[in-house]
Design a protein around this ligand. Structure first.
Ligand SMILES: Cc1cc2nc3c(=O)[nH]c(=O)nc-3n(C[C@H](O)[C@H](O)[C@H](O)COP(=O)(O)OP(=O)(O)OC[C@H]3O[C@@H](n4cnc5c(N)ncnc54)[C@H](O)[C@@H]3O)c2cc1C
Length: 809
């Protein structure tokens, strides 16, 4: 075995082998894969081998599409068959809601160039002849679905990697990982030590244990999963002969199961509600190519429905039942990328659909390792999307919830209950007592909206406007006409200190830094000139800055900041988390309210728009920004958590005669739409440039160098290819949810990033991106909402306060 390598990949399942292959494809030849047993010895060997391109996150769907398209190339390079069966797939809708879900799925796929379409049940039956039509109302057809040979595919990756220069050692168990002061990893195995620059954790079923070797607890858990294979069914043979093809894959949401042809029989797998984690604390190293004890009773409810839906199957014999474990992250998507706080330690695990996603994971990770960037927007798979709060037991609860809901609809206004409440602020009980409907925001409970007295504080989940519509309208009205208060604890907050703080921020961000006591807004770019952050920064004192950003991106951003800190100790950055939490007051009476809580001069002349102050509010030491995301007159007041209750009570008492009212996160997001404000992860993501996103005024190309400057200059010079646009939509009872296609002249030209109802301006609003050359003030647009193309108009100026006088009043 080699004793040095540039990269050691731990794990020879489909994912490790894909990473290895993609590294060689990127030109890294000195790469070594270590496998404790034989290749495929984890969950890979007993997979059902199904693949498809659909995913709730369009960016992950794109990588799935890449994976499916890769197999032909892999067979050609390796000479090894992947056993491909491109049999097409159908998803069957048994309820109107499911039909709406399928329509949104097809619509989302349009701008990704996916060939999915809605078909009738009669047409669906041409792909799967056993359907009893009376149970269904329609279907989605995906021609790019199929199945393959899991082992053949893994060996094809391995062979192609070897041909590209990689080495593979089987029967080589990684027992420990150590990092030397110079950053070189010592990979300690049963066959000796390998020293390398980079380690990739593709440990699959043992990814947690490999993580623990470097002191981290990855949010990943294996679940038992069962599928059965039936005896031969004569009708299948007849169908194959007559149609000259296999029967198609099926997802039956009602029965929560999937089906496909295997030999002349059927594979039927279920995602059962009574699901069972496997090895919840530790995966035994002794586990090898063995299966778990089947328990058909567990999937009996699925089988019962499936037999009703496909009556022919009821009397077919079962040839064998497979029960095997495979891993999931809490949201079911992979955990990919560099692990924060560990130099050159990369994650490629939690891949629950290795044959749909393995290629995309290998591509993204190898790009990241070689070029310093994944090359795509892979936020949906980034290992940095979880924080320390995603503990082992949190993961256990969430993975079980996710598994049991694999074939359930997630409505746009649906909050999932497992492992909640997790993090709460001191106001949690008080908000609940006032009828708050809470949402989960990166592990933290956040008020979404407040149910009026006498009504149940609960979302009625729907794709359409729901029971929160009227209460949110009332909350927005209170803000626009008087004053509202909302909790803003769920922001990321940072303090940056040190003699090098200002030059460092100037280098990291596109904007110039503010004078002391002032605030700026700024995007942050990667070297490719794409938006990787969107921050509010206040200069508190010489060498001390406060900064606010997206809470969900806190680990993602800290990973980036720490990678770019100077090593002379001149800059210190700290994520303050729950040590600083906030309340925002907004509306025309916000100043009057704040003035009642302080003896400092709050007049417009003394405390201007975009000012920052450290001052006492209601006797509490606070950091106050004169800025709000509502686009109104307003303030963000930040305090230590032990003072939040007092601050809130004081605000409510002082605002009583001003008409103060609680407003939640949903009202806040509606109010920002009326001002055309974008938001991180929707309008601002690493696939957009700052000029495309309309952030021109925050990009100071005349200041000395900053990360991404050259690319930003080029974007400006060439002109942005796409433009973020804001639209008013002729909606009926449904507003956009995000990811809908935008049509111009009968063609899909772009996509919606977010939207909703502007309650104060009484307009259905949407934002999205289209090619810049198409943007014309009087252009006719259409947005496909729930399968219906609704007319939309471009809004050149925000419908609320286009001159931005309210924020400055
Ligand atoms: C019953 C069942 C049906 C499935 N059906 C499908 C399907 O239809 N389609 C689909 O896409 N997916 C399916 N899956 C999921 C699929 O199997 C996984 O997504 C995939 O196998 C994950 O591959 P992996 O490489 O991440 O992990 P694994 O296959 O678990 O590979 C990890 C490897 O790492 C090795 N390893 C771990 N630790 C060490 C160490 N310390 N030293 C050396 N080696 C180490 C292990 O021995 C193992 O070989 C199914 C899974 C099951 C159980």
């Amino acid at each position: 075995m080699k004793t040095t390598a540039q990269v050691v990949v731990i794990g020879g399942g489909v994912v490790g082998c894909s990473v290895l292959y993609h590294l060689t494809k990127k030109g890294w030849k000195d790469v070594l894969l270590l496998e404790r047993d034989q290749l495929t010895s984890g969950s890979t060997w007993h997979a059902a081998g199904g693949f498809h391109t659909l995913n709730g996150d369009p960016n992950v769907a794109m990588l799935q599409s890449y994976t499916v398209g890769l197999y032909k190339e892999l067979e050609e390079i390796s000479g090894q068959s992947c056993g491909l069966h491109l049999s097409a797939g159908i998803m069957l809708a048994d309820t109107p809601e499911r039909m709406e879900f399928l329509k949104t799925t097809v619509a989302k796929g349009r701008y990704l160039g996916m060939a999915t379409e809605i078909i009738s049940v009669t047409e669906a039956k041409k792909y799967f002849p056993f359907i009893d039509e009376q149970h269904f109302i329609g279907a989605l057809l995906d021609p790019n679905e199929g199945h393959l040979d899991p082992s053949g595919t893994t060996y094809a990756y391995a062979k192609a990697a070897r041909l590209g220069g990689a080495s593979i050692e089987v029967q080589t168990m990684v027992e420990a990982l150590e990092q030397k002061p110079d950053g070189i990893w010592r990979v300690i195995t049963n066959k000796g030590v390998v020293e390398c620059e980079h380690v990739v954790n593709a440990g699959g079923l043992w990814a947690r244990e490999v993580g623990r070797m470097v002191g981290i607890e990855l949010p990943v858990l294996a679940m038992e999963h069962m599928y059965l294979v039936t005896d031969a069914i004569p009708e299948i043979e007849a169908y194959n002969k007559e149609a000259g093809k296999e029967i198609g894959h099926v997802i039956d949401f009602g029965a929560e199961c999937y089906l496909r042809q295997e030999g002349k029989g059927i594979v039927l797998g279920a995602y059962e509600k009574a699901c069972v984690p496997w090895s919840p604390k530790e995966t035994p190293w002794s586990f090898g190519q063995e299966l778990l004890q089947p328990d058909l009773d567990r999937i009996a409810p699925s089988l019962e429905v499936a037999f009703r839906h496909f009556p022919k199957l009821e009397n077919v014999g079962i040839k064998r039942v497979i029960n095997g474990p495979f891993t999931f992250a809490p949201d079911g998507n992979p955990l990919v990328g560099p692990v924060r706080g560990r130099t050159n330690f990369w994650s490629a695990c939690g891949v629950m659909a290795g044959f749909s996603q393995g290629g995309g994971v290998g591509l993204a990770l190898s790009n990241w390792m070689v070029d310093g960037d994944p090359g795509f927007d892979i936020w949906g798979m980034d290992v940095a999307r979880y924080g320390d709060w995603a503990t082992r037991s949190y993961t256990n609860a969430k993975v079980r919830e996710n598994y049991a809901r694999r074939f359930s609809i997630r409505f746009p206004n649906e909050e999932l209950p497992a492992a909640r409440p997790l993090q709460t602020t001191p106001l949690y009980d008080s908000f609940i007592a006032q009828g708050a409907v809470m949402g989960d925001s990166w592990g933290m409970e956040t008020p979404l909206w407040f149910a009026p007295e006498g009504s149940e504080p609960k979302d009625i989940v729907s794709f359409r406007r729901s029971n929160d519509f009227a209460p949110i309208k009332a909350e927005c009205k209170a803000v626009r006409e008087a004053v509202g208060v909302t909790e803003i604890a769920n922001f990321a907050k940072y303090e940056i200190t040190g003699s090098g703080a200002e030059p460092w921020l100037l280098h990291m961000m596109t904007n110039t830094m503010p004078r002391q006591g002032r605030i700026i807004l700024t995007p942050m770019l990667n070297p490719q000139g794409k938006i990787i952050g969107d921050f509010t920064i206040a200069k508190a004192a010489e060498g001390r800055f406060m900064m606010w950003g997206s809470s969900q991106a806190q680990v993602y951003h800290m990973r980036w900041f720490e990678q770019h800190l100077p090593n002379d100790g001149s800059v210190h950055i700290e994520a303050l988390g729950m040590r600083l939490i906030g309340l925002s007051i907004a509306g025309p009476k916000a100043r009057e309210l704040l003035q009642r809580l302080t003896d400092d001069d709050m007049s417009n002349a003394a405390f201007k728009f975009m000012d920052y102050r450290e001052m006492e509010v209601a006797t509490v030491q606070a950091k106050v920004n004169r800025i709000t995301y509502t686009g109104d007159l307003g303030y963000e007041i930040w305090v230590a958590p032990e003072y939040q209750y007092r601050l809130y009570q004081s605000i409510m008492a002082a605002g009583a005669d001003l008409g103060i009212r609680n407003f939640g996160m949903r009202a806040l997001l509606c109010l920002r739409l009326e001002k055309h404000f974008g938001t991180w992860f929707r309008e601002f993501r690493p696939i957009y440039g700052p000029f495309e996103a309309g952030l021109d005024r925050f990009v100071k190309l005349d200041k000395p160098d900053f990360i991404g400057k050259a690319a930003a200059e080029k974007e400006k010079q060439d002109g942005p290819k796409r433009t973020r646009i804001c639209m008013q939509v002729d909606a009926t009872d449904t507003d956009v949810m995000g990811d809908e296609p935008i049509w111009v002249d009968g063609k899909v030209v772009g996509w919606v990033t977010s939207g909703g109802y502007g309650h104060w301006v009484d307009q259905s609003l949407a934002q999205g991106y289209i090619p810049s050359e198409l943007v014309k003030p009087d252009m006719q647009l259409e947005i496909e909402i729930l399968g219906e193309r609704r007319p939309a108009r471009l809004q050149m100026a925000p419908p609320f306060d286009p001159e931005a006088l309210r924020m400055r009043m």
